[in-house]
Design a protein around this ligand. Sequence first.
Ligand code: MRU
Length: 353
Amino acid sequence: MPFESKIKTIEWLGESVKMIDQTKIPYSFETIELTKCEEVAEAIKVMIVRGAPAIGIAGAHGVTLAAIELSKKEKDKKTFLLKLKERAEFLKSTRPTAVNLMWAVDKQIETAESYGGDDIDGVVEVLKKNGVMLENQDVEINKKIGDFGAAIIPEGATILTHCNAGALATVGYGTALGVVRSAYAKDNTIRVFADETRPRQQGARLTTFELIEDGIPTTLITDGMCGYFMKNHMIDVVVVGADRIAANGDTANKIGTYTVALAAKAHNIPFYIAAPLSTIDISIKNGDEIPIEERGREEVTHINGKTICHPDVNIINPAFDVTPNEYISGIITEVGILRPDYKNSIADAMKKM
Ligand code: MRU
């Protein structure tokens, strides 16, 4: 049984949520069980759970946990909903870039508000159900992305990916790595090059972990090496995930993605984004409007708890960058591959959501 189908990155257990602690991989493989909305918020913040779709589902279950707790204190539905919305805003504030978090939390709030009955327990029940539906839907969507994406992978290709857009970044299967998985199922001569992805090393720690566990041949490279391998004809196609896609196709993904896209363009290598439609934010016109998360200095100054630089050095640590749409060959979604002009193809695709 493949590794990805043995694990669920995040899972609703009825009254609590279980998630893989991604900060421990590859040293150990551990899960934690959370019963409070605040614990989920903290898990998102410190990246126990990370990856746009996975934090979306975590946020959705966080709303349910808040509802369970509030239902024990509040008797008035109006006050209950008001307090639930406050918790939802708090969950959304934990990480600003990946729009899937806002999308999934808002879906839960819509569900709570549209519940017709007066009983608060009824609201809790619909939130539980909707959260599980979103959780299951995520895997189905990723399999569709995988199948559409497999069609653009040439026979025997070497695919470069950046960060982790795999089973661990979603509930299961993955987006960019979903494309890899579906392509590998058809052609076991394909290969993956995984960028290390400084500073949090999601490529080294997570992508190589899940691909090697699934027996998919993977080579780890450091972030600065991609141009070298492209120049030497060792990369055929790039597939990465996304944290937020603007209405014109400009795409935010893990810091370093833009550099990969520039190198790919210079070497005439196709560069694809793989993402569900929930990653598209049609409320923003272009990538300049995407908020970029700034993370702490220690992510850059330290590796494995040890400092690697002078203690007084200046640090800037943006967690994401934006790749302009002209560098993107296609956006692989659950409704097909969107092509330029993205303004039109995205608007059409969103009608199918
Ligand atoms: O900071 P992270 O680890 O949450 O960043 C994750 C990424 O940038 C992924 O590539 C993106 O979320 C797509 S995951 C399917």
